[in-house]
Ligand binder design. Structure first.
Ligand code: UT7
Length: 349
């Protein structure tokens, strides 16, 4: 069977920098609180009316495609991972396809939140390994700034997230032992609502929340988006932060060890771990548990916040541009997030 590899990588972040102090103008928070609890110093927000999730993805994709030494016309499949799409439907994959001018090929949108990039990598890997596609474009992109609650009520969520996009081109390789060695995907829907953006949606009172959301007594329609949701501003993501944190620090080491053990490696063999940038404290905890040295882990949440499906490709690309990912290096990607979903990938670069 063929192996697949990352043949090109790129990222795009909007120009607009929003510091912690900028956020103190609209909500009760502080630079000290945000840095102490998350490590985040600043994040990027898209330019309103000009940029979207798909346009950022397109910018990142152009760089990845060029670095892979191909043209957009060579791409034979698109995978787009996001939780903040341009439209409720269709997905952002077809919009990116239109922007790249490559109609006709398949475009798959996936919804695996913070694990979206690693889930997408696994899908791309399977398509390439079987010989079905030769140039799969995988994009993770998020425009969080358009859908957060910027009042004090939403501060535990809104200070964390930032906008940006990352992209890779996955191709087959004939170099033995090189490329994507394995991917590992997990999910547990038991805690789906602990980190979720539930409205608008078709849940319509099934969880006993009929009154809370004001579902009307009518035979048809009116259940997706109610006036009460609008009036109560129940249209934002919410997170039980401590609960999510506890799962994250357990699942990250587990799924990293799964990838290492599958391939006969130990943490000491990792050249670079690129964890999903959820919270610097989580990454530091994982580093400690696995006894990794500082130069074995790459973090950039300080500059970009948590960009969900985009965080791993942005961090991986930045590390690669700095020369921290070299030929033959063992690179581990790991993610945890809403769903819950968690996943890892081990790559011999
Ligand atoms: O990427 C997807 C996966 N997501 C994660 O992995 C995130 C995991 N969770 C976390 O990173 C942390 O739980 C947070 C950073 C979200 C929150 O930190 P925390 O230490 O768990 O804080 P908390 O939610 O327990 O809140 C502690 C206090 C509360 O005040 P009281 O009740 O003690 O008076 C909050 O109201 O901090 C308050 N608080 C804030 N204060 C200032 C919450 N958010 C803020 C804020 N600024 N932005």
């Amino acid at each position: 069977m063929l192996q697949s590899k990352i043949a090109g990588i790129g990222y795009y972040v909007p120009e607009k920098i929003v510091t912690n102090n900028d956020l103190t103008r609209v909500m009760d928070t502080s630079n000290e609180w945000i840095i102490e609890r998350t490590g985040i110093e600043e994040r990027r927000y898209i330019e309103r009316h000009k940029e979207t999730t798909s346009t950022m993805g397109t910018e990142a994709a152009k760089i990845a495609i060029e670095r892979a030494g191909i043209t957009p016309q060579d791409i034979d499949f698109i995978i787009f991972a996001t939780l903040s799409p341009d439209y409720y439907f269709p997905g952002s994959g077809v919009l990116l396809q239109r922007q790249l001018g490559i109609p006709g090929i398949g475009a798959l949108d996936i919804r695996n939140q913070c694990s979206g990039f690693v889930y997408g990598l696994s899908i791309a890997d399977q398509f390439v390994k079987t010989g079905m596609y030769k140039n799969v474009l995988l994009v993770g992109s998020e425009a969080h700034s358009m859908g957060l609650d910027f009042t004090t009520r939403g501060r535990n969520v809104s200070v964390i997230f930032g906008d940006g996009a990352g992209a890779v081109v996955i191709q087959p390789t004939e170099e033995k032992g090189k490329g994507i060695l394995s991917t590992h995907l997990h999910a547990d829907g038991e805690h789906a609502e602990q980190l979720a953006y539930i409205n608008p949606g078709s849940h319509c009172g099934i969880h006993g929340d009929r009154e809370k959301f004001g579902y009307p007594d009518q035979e048809f329609g009116g259940m997706f988006l109610t006036q009460k949701m609008w009036d109560d501003e129940d249209l934002y993501p919410n997170m039980n932060g401590q609960f999510v944190f506890k799962f994250a620090v357990k699942k990250f080491p587990e799924v990293i060890m799964e990838a290492l053990q599958t391939n006969g490696y130990t943490p000491a063999d990792i050249n670079l771990l690129v964890p999903h940038q959820a919270n610097l404290r989580i990454a530091q905890f994982v580093q400690k548990v696995l006894k990794l040295k500082d130069d074995q882990v790459y973090n950039n949440i300080q500059k970009y916040g948590n960009t969900t499906a985009a965080s791993i490709p942005i961090a991986l690309c930045e590390a690669w541009e700095k020369g921290l990912v070299k030929d033959g290096d063992l690179v581990c990607l790991a993610a945890f997030g809403s769903g819950f979903t968690w996943a890892s990938a081990l790559i011999k670069w």
